[in-house]
Design a protein around this ligand. Sequence first.
Ligand code: HEM
Length: 137
Amino acid sequence: MEKPDIKGREGIKRLVDSFYDKVLKDEVIGFFFTDVAAINLKEHLPKMYDFWKNMLFRTQSYGRNAMMPHLRLNQKEPLQPQHFTRWLELFDETIDSFFSDPVADEAKHRAKVVTMSISRNTAAIQSGQIDVRGLGL
Ligand code: HEM
């Protein structure tokens, strides 16, 4: 079947909504969203549309800091390797249903880079290599 064209904002919205449908009911990571951060979807999803539009099509639509919310989350409930693995699994599944290669490969690669960067920081905080007092969390 032909993969949908997701270039416009409507397409990105479908991609992100579909990812969050999986994430929110996921047994491994869902609770970070529903309980630990208790996100307000109406506020959260538009940020994610902007973020992914920027990531995939370099639209300059996201100017926030994506790292800090995850470091704050990690203070409430440690983010562990299995959480990152699961996040990536769900993301890759979603991407594959929307894109064909090479865009799919690029999107998955970029998500992996961000995952590594978040997990490097959270692991360093958990092991005491980074002192959170200096981070203003
Ligand atoms: C285990 C992995 C992850 C978990 C459990 C997780 C969870 C969350 C939660 C709960 C929030 C909302 C925080 C708040 O508003 O208080 C959030 C925000 C966000 N996440 Fe993640 N996340 C993960 C990995 C990632 C990755 C790999 C990316 C990017 C590729 C990402 C991108 C974002 C962005 C852009 C925001 C919005 C930040 C903002 O502008 O406020 N997340 N995440």
